[in-house]
Ligand binder design. Structure first.
Ligand SMILES: Cc1cc2nc3c(=O)[nH]c(=O)nc-3n(C[C@H](O)[C@H](O)[C@H](O)COP(=O)(O)OP(=O)(O)OC[C@H]3O[C@@H](n4cnc5c(N)ncnc54)[C@H](O)[C@@H]3O)c2cc1C
Length: 390
């Protein structure tokens, strides 16, 4: 059996795995880095199927800091990747609506977000109506938006940039399935691939997104990350798109401009949100039963809409607390997690990549302290609750 030399082995080569590889080189890590990716077309990856948006409106300080770095990373792409680097970033605030009884909590969340450096603005319904005349503000008590650091972009272009920069710096991408981790004592020593190769590993990073629990199940590690289906509908509607935000209604429905139309979605109810392994069939009933009624109530112009297409991707839901799981396993110290982002993994990929690279290269976080997202809270079942979940 062939045994390749490998210092860092990253399982999963989409946005999180590629950011880890890219930032390892940026941190001056000179050892071999191998990224194992089972599907170089990325057609079922969360990265390729996402809504590719970034927000700073979170209930947890560490998430805000990660988003702020994500926004800076996106704004300074040309400095890192050259003058032709462009991911079509539309920098525009989310508009997050709050229903009855939410104003005090939303104002205090906004104060915390401002203190963290996010540029949040609180709007009363009358101000909302002035800015966005097409909105029906019935049942809305408050809304928040951001002056900068929020918006949307093209995730595929971002992945392509980061991945080719990593490759240019000698990171090798291997097309194979990572089947097992080989552990000796309390260390991962290798990753066994579907083609029989064993990649020797001094560090192993689990960036396998919705499949990351499966990667470690064989070691008896129960990682609370589960693939959950989210359907996105691409629509056309008679509605002005200029200045249209990424709108999150208090019903849970969301909509934003995309191309010549809009994309929109809504999470299924909890009792209709099973493990979706292998299921990428769009849930068309969601549109009729939940999404369209909610959108048409909030934006009367959406009573007329035309669905152009729909697709479904998987959130890698951390069922403990909807937050990323980043950092070393508590017993196997060279097994690093970078997963569980539950719908915000693209915006947090740059901060995750940089943090994991710092951890591997220097032993500690140098920039943002990501330890609140560490594995030990999973072990202790001590949730770090994120209140702003979509
Ligand atoms: C509909 C939808 C909308 C979303 N909207 C947003 C948004 O607006 N903003 C945002 O920040 N996030 C959003 N997300 C979440 C975001 O897409 C994910 O958090 C992010 O893409 C996770 O990136 P990843 O690289 O960890 O996972 P993935 O992109 O899923 O990549 C994991 C990779 O690992 C590979 N892999 C898995 N198992 C193995 C194995 N055993 N061997 C080798 N390779 C393996 C897979 O092929 C895959 O390419 C959304 C997700 C969905 C589904």
């Amino acid at each position: 059996m062939a045994v390749s030399a490998g210092a860092v082995v990253i399982i999963g080569g989409a946005i999180v795995g590629s950011c880890v590889a890219y930032f390892l080189r940026a941190a001056g890590f000179s050892g071999p880095i191998t990224v194992v990716e089972r599907d170089p077309s990325y057609q079922y990856s969360s990265t390729a199927l996402s809504a590719a948006s970034i927000r700073t409106q979170f209930g947890t300080p560490v998430n805000i800091r990660m988003s702020l770095f994500g926004a800076e990373f996106i704004r300074t792409l040309k400095e890192r990747f050259g003058p032709s680097a462009d991911i079509g970033f539309v920098e525009r605030g989310y508009l997050i609506l709050g229903g009855p009884g939410t104003e005090a909590q939303r104002r205090s969340a906004a104060a915390m977000q401002l203190a963290e450096g996010a540029e949040i603005v609180v709007l009363a319904p009358s101000e909302m109506k002035t800015r966005y005349p097409w909105i029906n503000v019935d049942g809305v008590e408050v809304a928040t938006t951001a002056r900068r650091n929020e918006g949307w972009f093209d995730a595929w272009s971002l992945l392509s940039l980061v991945r080719s920069a990593a490759r240019d710096q000698g990171v090798s991408y291997v097309h194979a399935v990572a089947n097992d981790l080989m552990v000796t004592g309390a260390k991962v020593t290798g990753v066994r691939l579907s083609n029989g190769t064993i990649l020797a590993a001094d560090w192993c990073v689990n960036a396998a997104g919705p499949s990351s629990a499966r990667i470690v199940a064989g070691l008896g590690i129960s990682l609370p990350v589960s693939p959950r289906k989210r359907t996105v509908f691409s629509i056309r509607a008679p509605l002005e798109r200029t200045n249209f935000p990424m709108l999150f209604d208090n019903s849970g429905a969301w909509i934003r401009p995309e191309g010549a139309g809009f994309i929109c979605g809504i999470a299924p109810t909890e009792d209709n949100d099973p493990d979706a392994t292998g299921d990428f069939e769009p849930d068309h009933a969601l549109l009729e039963n939940a999404l369209w009624p909610a959108l048409a109530h909030r934006i009367p112009a959406l009573e007329q809409l035309r669905v152009e297409r729909a697709w479904a991707g998987h959130y890698e839901v951390n069922t403990l607390d909807h937050n990323g799981i980043i950092g070393a396993h508590d017993e196997i110290s060279n097994l690093i997690f970078a997963t569980g982002f539950s719908g915000h993994g693209i915006m947090h990929a740059p901060a995750t990549g940089r943090g994991v690279a710092e951890l591997i290269a220097t032993g500690i976080y140098q920039s943002i302290d990501l330890s609140p997202l560490g594995f030990d809270r999973i072990r202790r079942s001590q949730a770090l609750h994120e209140t702003v979940v979509y």
